[in-house]
Ligand binder design. Sequence first.
Ligand SMILES: Cc1cc2nc3c(=O)[nH]c(=O)nc-3n(C[C@H](O)[C@H](O)[C@H](O)COP(=O)(O)O)c2cc1C
Length: 395
Amino acid sequence: MVPVDAHRSPTQSVRLAPNEKVCSQHNECHAKGRLHLEAARLTHRLSIAPMMERTDRHFRYFLRLITRRVQLYTEMITTSALLHGEPARLLAYNEAEHPIGVQLGGSDPAELAHCARLAHQYGYDEVNFNVGCPSHRVQTGRFGVCLMGEPELVADCVIAMQEAVALPVTVKTRLGFDDRDSYADLTRFIDAVAQAGCTTFILHARKAWLQGLSPKKNRNIPPLRYDVVHNIKEDFPHLTIIINGGITSLEQVKEQLKRVDGVMIGRIACHDPYMLANADRQIYSDKLRALSRFDVLKHYIPYVKRQLIDGVGLSLLTRPILGLFQGQPGAGDWRRYLSENAHRASAGLEVIEQAATQTKVRADRTVMRYKFSDLRPLNNDSIQSVPRLCGIRGN
Ligand SMILES: Cc1cc2nc3c(=O)[nH]c(=O)nc-3n(C[C@H](O)[C@H](O)[C@H](O)COP(=O)(O)O)c2cc1C
């Protein structure tokens, strides 16, 4: 997408229901380049975690057909990738994806400031700073979770990004790492970064072990400590505190919202994206009904057609829909059919149509109403209008 005018207001990310209000200083806060706390809290009530090789633009577009309100994030993009790679490709997204934050990984304040400016030019609503990734690669590059040991440097990075752009700069981190995992270490870190002006912290509710555990194991083995995140909220009531880790249902989200300002969910959104179908109604009090699974699919197909024309491989486009029928009869067949057939060089839209008609998911009565080949590819204007369709038709 073409970079938008740098004057684009970050308020565009805040979509308020008629009965929702922001405080009278809202505009003033925006003039200072800070999304007001109340508005930030509202937007962040539910968010989808940044996930490498998962939350790419296709997945995010697909999620927007299920929920219009949850906050989305890009995968982590490193400053070196943006400085030495192709920012136009790395930062491309569809207008339909708003509200969307970019997640940056790095530790050089000037480089991060430069990348934050790029994100602003491209119209992102938020810059999220990764201080939680435990992979070996990020340790050698001195960023990710090991930065928790350098709170002053994180503060400098936050200040540099905030001075560079009129966008909220948020921090995603963990409870600690290795032997730096005491509550005092965590509060010192949050205090230092909050004093630099960061008002929103996303806390993955477990520590990380830098030696001996792979990133995957670091997402499962260190025990979840929701109590620590709840204590942080009590000790820093003025900050927006978002809890992350192991939350898998809207019921759990609502339970957590009694203790914290927001919830971020990761893996479950890939495994069972349709669990978000009632998020707008239950979490944001929206009135519109969700689309059925097949209507979501129907609206995704023209997007797939457009992307195929643009040269995107089918398997990248089917990855988001693998879990669409999770929990339904035939879900395994559907997933298997797509996994086995979408990566072939000649694979086209017919693979999805065959998956829908030849596997047991066809049991859904709505499927035969659509002939995928009749659904025309979207042009850019109609792509942007698609999310507005969400909720217009009921199940
Ligand atoms: C495949 C995968 C890739 C991930 N990539 C990132 C990333 O780029 N940046 C980040 O901050 N966290 C990343 N994470 C961690 C998630 O954002 C989240 O913190 C973690 O999965 C815990 O949430 P969950 O239990 O709801 O999945 C990744 C997780 C997974 C499963």
